[in-house]
Design a protein around this ligand. Structure first.
Ligand code: NAG
Ligand code: NAG
Length: 503
């Protein structure tokens, strides 16, 4: 059946990938991200003197310096370093104190730490980052700890912590002449005893001469409304994302979600992660809506840093953001509820995926047309697959609508095709990195949110760009992809239902 309905695009100028967007300018720039094997403090629970903390951070700064130099030699105009890349992890509120500096608010005060080092005491890290930017003539984005005194108040409604200071997980941005141009305090903390949530979400962006505006978010922020969606609603289309992300297949591997977010929001994402085998951290990249340059270490790879540099287009202000646009579609597959169901619908099982009870149906033959619902939320799959001879890989189509509550609370609606980890249905939803079965598929769901993030991940952490992703009336989101180059691990439409987060 030929689909000839009008498709509605709710939050991007052109949500149908595989077509080229009229890029608003011909400008390009060179971006770099560095995946850093952070040199750790072996005992983060013991407080260090300022001198010892500085000595520790200088080891990481020396690596940053080297990489900024290498990036600059390849023409980079901006380099992004990961979250926690200077100090590491697992500090307490008091044991981190030697690592903290007071970072002045660049919206209130112009300061170039490299050329005006005497203006503030105890700012050695800012000075070194600022001089790094100046020396290599590029923007430097790094993550560090900020301490801000706040008035101790007896008023119990005051949000000032009882010890009289705020401690923030902070991204800082230095312009290529060393000027401090942005300071962002992370909003969505992830088990970080050392840091406070800022009293208000901070919506921070900065302007560059070479690529216009960039917005700042950090790690767990990528899953939440503030400040991310607010930045996008303001028209920011290039986001910087220092992270320290522990990978979790089948749905939230680093590169998988980085790619999904960039595609689903139609933005550029500059993502720099930590590299640590023990903490399952790897996966960084430079993602535009059109292409991705990324790195994901495989098990057995040496544990080392990785610099990525890419020339990418400047994305203009999304004046159409939040508006509705029509796109004609020409997909030849049956649509939504017009699809004939398989003659013998397989029975639904419940299996846990990423701590959530998904409803699954198994893929039975080499092609088919399946539907699975979790309550009123339904997902559909039309597929053809080509198993390698003597491979008996099991696949399932899963649906989940509800609030995820383990290690963070957030409402989701997810449609996913996954390779099950073993031959039993109960293994569907467990982690597996490899697969051999290639696919043609159309995956779709009827979502109760505009925020749906699509991705296709194949064997051994390789991303594929879906041929088309479309959004149509009634909340339907459709992802079509043919002839995967690798064996399919996960094809996913990850919907975030922000408005239900606090329900
Ligand atoms: C931090 O603490 C957690 C829980 O105690 C532990 O699993 C993790 O390995 C620690 N991380 C580091 C970097 O020591
Ligand atoms: C920095 O510290 C020194 C020594 O404690 C002090 O004399 C100076 O006034 C301080 N400078 C600033 C800008 O606070």
């Amino acid at each position: 059946m030929l689909l000839d309905v009008v498709l509605w695009v709710a939050f991007a100028s052109n949500w149908a990938f595989g077509q080229t967007e009229a890029i608003t300018s011909d400008l390009t720039y060179v971006a770099a991200v560095y995946e850093h094997r952070v040199i750790l403090n072996p005992d983060p629970h013991i407080p260090l003197s300022r001198l010892d903390a500085l000595q520790h951070m200088r080891k990481n700064l020396a690596v940053f310096e080297e990489q900024a130099d290498l990036a600059a030699r390849q023409g980079a105009q901006i380099i992004v370093f990961p979250e926690d890349g200077l100090h590491g992890f697992n500090f307490s509120r008091s044991s981190i104190s030697g690592y903290l500096e007071t970072i002045p608010d660049p919206e209130k005060e112009k300061w170039n730490p490299c050329t005006e080092s005497e203006k503030f005491n105890n700012t050695e890290v800012q000075q070194q980052l600022s001089c790094m930017a100046r020396r290599h003539n590029l923007y430097v984005v790094a993550n560090m700890g900020d301490v801000q005194p706040c008035p101790l108040q007896t008023d119990p409604t005051s949000s000032c912590p009882t010890d009289g200071r705020w401690q923030f997980n902070t991204n800082v941005v230095f312009r290529s002449d060393g000027l401090l141009v942005a300071r962002y305090h992370k909003q969505n903390l992830y088990f970080e005893d050392a840091f406070d949530t800022p009293p208000q979400p901070e919506i921070i962006s900065f302007e560059t001469t070479f690529a216009g505006r960039f917005g700042l978010i950090t790690c767990f922020d990528i899953l939440f409304y503030e400040p991310k969606v607010t930045l996008l609603e303001m028209g920011v289309r290039q986001l910087i994302f220092p992270t320290a992300w522990m990978n979790q297949l089948p749905l939230l591997d680093t590169i998988q979600f980085q790619r999904a977010f960039s595609l689903g929001s139609h933005v550029t994402l500059l993502a720099a992660n930590i590299r640590s085998d023990r903490l399952i951290m790897t996966g960084s990249g430079i993602y535009t809506p059109f292409a991705a340059t990324y790195h994901h270490a495989q098990s057995g790879d040496p544990e080392e840093g990785r610099l990525l540099v890419a020339r990418i287009p400047v994305l203009g202000v999304a004046t159409e953001y939040g508006q509705v646009q029509r796109i004609a579609a020409d997909l030849s597959y049956c649509h939504h509820d017009d699809c004939p169901s398989d003659p013998t619908p397989s029975s639904t099982i419940t299996s846990t995926m990423m701590h959530d009870p998904f409803k699954f149906v198994l893929l039975a033959n080499t092609e088919g047309n399946l539907k699975v619902c979790d309550g009123a939320f339904c997902c559909r799959l039309q597929f053809k697959r080509s198993p390698k001879s003597n491979s008996d890989e099991l696949y399932a189509l899963g649906a989940f609508a509800g609030t995820h509550t383990v290690n963070g609370r957030y409402a989701v609606q997810v449609c996913a095709v996954v390779r099950c980890a073993g031959p039993e249905a109960s293994s569907c939803g467990q982690e597996i990195e490899e697969a051999e079965t290639t696919f043609d598929f159309v995956l779709e769901g009827e979502f109760g949110t505009n925020y749906v993030y699509p991705s296709v991940l194949v064997s051994r952490y390789i991303l594929e760009q879906p041929e088309r992703v479309e959004k149509s009336t009634g909340g339907w989101v459709t992802m079509k992809h043919s002839n995967t180059e690798g064996g399919l691990v996960t094809a996913c439409l990850y919907g975030r239902v922000y408005h239900l987060d606090n329900k």
